[in-house]
Design a protein around this ligand. Sequence first.
Ligand code: PEP
Ligand code: MN
Length: 342
Amino acid sequence: MLVVMKIDASKSEIDAVKTKIESLGYSAHEIPGAERVAIGITGNKGKLDKNLFMGMPGVIDAISVSKPYKLVSREVKPDNTEIRLGDEIIGGKELTIIAGPCSVESREQILEMAEMLTSVGVKFLRGGAYKPRTSPYAFQGLKKEALTYLSEVRRKTGMKIVTEVKDVATLPYVAEVADVLQIGARNMQNFSLLEAVGSLKHPVLLKRGISSTIEEFLMAAEYIVNQGNYNVILCERGIRTFETATRFTLDLNAVPVVKHLSHLPIIVDPSHGIGLWDGVSSMSMASIAAGADGLIIEVHKNPETALSDGYQSLKPEKFKVLINKLKQIAEVMDRSLSLTKN
Ligand code: PEP
Ligand code: MN
């Protein structure tokens, strides 16, 4: 249920509603809106009687939420969520561009890549330190060593770091370096990990599970938000279908559908979505045209020798060409790319 407060409701009226919700044994989530505050209720098993709240001072309405996910739904919060990270806003008019190699492979590699991306104006660097790989024999990442390199890059270039957190045990180290904590597709339903990142303030980039429905995806986001962390960025990264010509099937339908169902920002990962470097530019442009709030793209100087995902990585020259095309697509969508002005 959602208790909607009057525009001029006072703090004490809002607090009284929250106290009542908690005294009933449920959790209260204050959701600030553009015009008025609403208070989401979770933890109830059955339907709540709206009359529990309707008579209270400052309350204008109490409505039941039809979706299984509550706090991430647009029913509960009609305005888009904009995530603030320093001067950056994710989910606003400007599109977030995250780029970098699949994995951090060496100090030189990640520093060189960060410099190249900075020269193009990219503000967010991706690079895996802990890599959850399908095969236990595949490169598992440089782990803590990679975190020290990412931390150096952050210090030297001012880029914001997006890196994956694989499990609860390593979360404290990763959270020290990461500006944005990435939860990989294979961990989308790792509920203890979702709860653990939910108890932090870091923005979380939640990737859609390989075989997850949009509803399951939003339920996973609900786990994070339910712990108090509203800074969730959803990421469509392709799902498994019968098609074998591409690595996954990028489900661009998810962009408008998620935008309709949820207030959270959604970005697209075309690199994993198609899995073939020469399709990445087309799918990046299509993602922006579909209304995505940004992109996460794998870029590697020598894709042929990459330790992971080289076949889907763009070379720097191709990436630069793509950025220029994206600027034009963004304009059509009445948006622009968030890049540093060089
Ligand atoms: C990645 O971003 O390199 C990655 C492993 O992505 P996903 O979890 O979407 O497969
Ligand atoms: Mn990858």
